[in-house]
Design a protein around this ligand. Structure first.
Ligand SMILES: O=C(CO)[C@H](O)[C@H](O)COP(=O)(O)O
Length: 210
């Protein structure tokens, strides 16, 4: 795991079996700062896989991509109890859900990443400011990626706000150059690494840019 003063590389484990998750983590752990246990993986294996990743990779930060949109406190507690350091909650959730998630995160000295999937109005970001949200993710969803992956114009949404910003959505070796122009704090990469024949080489190449 790298130090704390650089852009973080978050590896998203999505659409993988239990064994495939651990295989790719063992291959790439030296290049990865944050391990994301993807929503689909969580739906398949629950908190057991978060616990096992915590045990196997004690020095990495773990994000549980809960994509919570209700019962914020309860779901955050589940993930933090299992060993996650960061949980995700959807920006379109009610303020109460986001607030409860933040409160539980504080109890566990954890962090909350608010997922901006499908958010287009800056007004919604002002709501997040009023809730003292610190970390958001600009995210082009899997389905939406059929029409286009992450591009730098998405940074306009958060321009002028003081959030820490993560970026996600089909980022790969070709697009990483323009993604870093927006100076994100966290770059999230899934399929480009996990589905590569040589995941370590791809992770290293992406790391060179960030
Ligand atoms: O949250 C996600 C999907 O909802 C993924 O983690 C994110 O999109 C990164 O994966 P990929 O690089 O394969 O798009």
């Amino acid at each position: 795991m790298k130090g704390s003063d650089h852009v973080k590389l978050q590896l998203a484990l999505d659409r993988l079996s239990w064994t495939e998750c651990f295989d790719v983590l063992h291959k790439t752990e030296s290049e990865i700062d944050i391990i994301e246990v993807g929503t689909g993986v969580i739906k398949e294996y629950g908190m057991s896989i978060v616990r096992e990743i915590r045990k196997t990779f004690p020095n990495h930060r773990i994000l549980a991509d809960m994509k919570t949109c209700d019962a914020g406190g309860h779901e955050a507690k589940q993930a933090f109890e299992a060993g996650a350091d960061i949980v995700t909650v959807m920006a379109f959730s009610s303020s109460l859900t986001i607030q409860d998630t933040l409160t539980v995160a504080q109890d566990y000295s954890g962090q909350v990443m608010v997922d901006l999937l499908e958010v287009e109005e800056r007004e919604q970001l002002r709501k997040l400011v009023s809730l003292n949200v610190e970390l958001v993710s600009l995210h082009v969803g899997k389905d939406q990626q059929k029409e286009g992956v992450f591009n730098s114009s998405l940074f306009n949404l958060v321009d002028g706000f003081l959030f820490k910003v993560a970026v996600a959505g089909g980022i790969n070796e070709e697009t990483i150059g323009q993604v870093t122009k927006g100076e994100p704090d966290i770059v999230i990469v899934g399929g480009a690494i996990t589905k590569a024949l040589e995941p370590l080489k791809v992770a290293q190449k992406i790391r060179e840019y960030i």
